[in-house]
Each structure stands twice: as C-alpha cells, then as structure tokens.
Design a binder for this molecule. Structure first.
Ligand code: UDP
Ligand code: MG
Length: 329
C-alpha cells in the first residue's frame, strides 16, 4: 500500500530539561528537515514539546524555540503529571494535527536516525512501529538486569509488552483515535498499544548516554511504573495469592494431623517452634496478600473517580478550542 506523504509530529515530553533542550532541539529540527528533504514526510511536519510542569526554565527555553522557528510547537501542562500522562497529552494534541506521531524522550538517548526506517515502515502499511533497543550497554548493570527481569515477569503474568521497547514509537492518527477510547487513569502506554492491535513492526536502534542533565526517572518512579504495568494488565497476582492460600490450607491440614498425632502420643511440649514458624509464615503471606489486593482496590478507586489525566494550560499556537482541559478524555 502506497501512502501520501504524511504529516509527522514528533512528540517530546520534557520535565526540568533546560540543560538538554538547547542541545537536542536542533537535532530534532535537523531530523524533520532531512525527512522532508528525502520526500518521506510532508513539510507541514512539526516538533511538539510537552512541558510537564517543569520547575526550571524549560518553558522559557521552549517558548524561545517556538518563536525562533515554526517547526517547534509546545504545550504546557498545568503541573507535573509524570512521563506517561505528559506523553498522552502530547499524542492527543497531535492526533488531530498529524497523520503520524513519533514519541521520543528529549535527552537524545534514543537514536533519532531510526525515524527514517519508522516512517518507511508506515509507508509500507504499518500503523504502529516500535523502537526496540538493540543493546543496553549504556545502562548501569542494575538498570539493565532489573529491566530485563521485569519484561520477563510482565510477559509471564500475561501483560503484552514488546521486549526492550520503551516509549520510542511511531503511531498513526488512526491508532491514536482508538487510544482516545481507553479512559484508564493508570497509564502504561507501552502495554496499551499492543492491545489496540493493527499492523505493527519493530525497528532496532542503539541507545546512548543522556546528552546533558540528569535522569528524571529515579528508582521510586521506575518502581511505580513497574507496578502499574503489572497491575494494570494482569490479575494473575491475585490468582497466585488464591493458589498460595489453597496451598497453605493443604499444608495446615498436614500440620493438624501432625499435631493430633503428637498430642495422642504425648509429645505436646516441643510443639512451640513449629507453631511459631507456622503463625509467622502465614501472617506474612496474609499481609502480602492484603497488600496486593489493596493495590487493585486502590486502582479501582482512582479509576472510578475518572479525574482528568492532564490539563493543558497553554499552547504556543493559537487554538481557541479548550481541548481536554477539565474533562476526562
Ligand atoms: N519526563 C516527564 N515527566 C516526568 C519525568 C520525566 O515528562 O515526571 C520526561 C523527561 O523529560 C524525558 C523522558 O520523560 O524526556 C524520560 O525521562 P528520563 O530520560 O529522565 O528517564 P530515563 O531515560 O533515565 O529512564
Ligand atoms: Mg532518558
């Protein structure tokens, strides 16, 4: 299938990125220009930054960029909502303006030269093109091993995620219109796109070090995203608990028989250690189980509120339409 030249929007969430933006923004601009020059995309293509409630001069840097060149556009969220929500905000803005979007971090870690192949894959009929890291050598040993273990666990639990794919991907506006129907507030975008379906493919790229600034994903945020990923896509942890419960019941039946036999044969006093071990073990399992169930109850609580996932405070282009502000989309 041969498609018309698409309008591309590169969607880039930014949180406290004043240091890296002056370095990477010209790179993204050059990429758009080269894609236009090679006839892959329409010259109405743009870069859309999402300022995720930065506390530094990020918004000033972005507005200066937008004033300097029409290829840059930006929106400002009313406060920090986290990477996933910021990305969703950008994608929802772009879905009515573009034919295709590519989401990427603003720190230059993901190789922008993979975009050519992504657009070509779209021209060949793919609606989603996942950027997949070919190696993880730029990561610390800790991040590398935890990330790989995590992908394995998530897939074993039934969540469908693409191995070594983060949020660097091309998505067509057609897919984004479907994504708009997914109203969940516990967002894990990389797990949602495979669920939407359509023809998709993967493009490999190598990941570099951050060009400037520090990671905005401390361990705590990474763990939150990891838990959200599991509990938003799988009820297996609850099933595992049920299984553990059944196992504990069987084990305690054996213990009861043992206790009765000991009682009948007169060996009752030395039972203290075994009963102590039993109660503590079961107490621990019960607490963990309550925690996991509580995790899901908490999610239901947040979902039933149906609060907006982000609020757009400002756009650098004139758009009188109030957008999603104040409404859950
Ligand atoms: N980010 C964001 N909101 C946040 C945290 C991060 O928009 O609350 C953006 C950040 O500016 C960057 C991207 O998400 O463009 C990925 O963050 P980072 O590079 O710090 O994560 P890492 O690559 O270290 O996992
Ligand atoms: Mg990064």
């Amino acid at each position: 299938m041969l498609r018309e030249k698409p309008i591309l929007y590169i969607v880039i969430p930014c949180y406290n990125e004043e240091e890296v933006l002056p370095v990477t923004a010209p790179m993204f601009k050059a990429k758009i220009e080269s894609l236009v020059a090679s006839g892959l995309i329409d010259d109405g293509s743009r870069i859309l930054f999402v300022n995720d409630g930065s506390r530094d001069r990020t918004w000033e840097v972005l507005t200066e960029l937008c004033a300097s060149d029409p290829v840059f556009t930006a929106i400002k969220l009313s406060r920090n909502r986290g990477h996933q929500n910021a990305l969703l905000a950008g994608l929802m803005e772009a879905k009515d303006l573009a034919d295709i979007t590519i989401s990427i971090d603003c720190d230059g870690q993901d190789d922008i030269d993979a975009m050519d192949e992504m657009v070509r894959a779209y021209n060949d009929g793919c609606e989603i093109v996942y950027g997949v890291r070919s190696d993880r050598s730029s990561d610390s040993f800790f991040k590398r091993s935890t990330a790989q273990g995590y992908y394995k666990i998530l897939n074993a639990l039934g969540g469908e995620v693409i191995y070594n794919h983060a949020d660097y991907r091309l998505v067509s506006s057609r897919v984004l219109n479907e994504l708009a129907n997914y109203k969940e507030v516990n967002l894990f975008l990389r797990g949602m796109f495979p669920m939407i379906g359509f023809k998709s493919t993967c493009v490999e790229y190598s990941r570099h070090e951050r060009l400037a600034g520090k990671s905005k994903y401390p361990l705590s945020k990474m763990l939150t995203l990891a838990f959200d990923g599991i509990t938003s896509f799988s009820v297996k942890p609850i099933r595992i608990i049920t299984g553990l419960g059944a196992l504990t019941v069987v084990l305690s039946l054996v213990l009861i028989i043992y206790a009765l036999v000991s009682w009948a044969t007169g060996h009752v006093v030395p039972g203290w250690s075994s009963s102590f071990i039993g109660t503590t073990l079961i107490g621990g399992i019960q607490l963990i189980s309550l925690g996991v169930i509580g995790e899901y109850v908490g999610k239901i609580y947040m979902e039933t509120k149906g609060r907006p996932r982000y609020i757009v405070e400002e756009r650098t282009w004139s758009n009188t339409d109030g957008g999603e502000s104040g409404e859950k989309m």
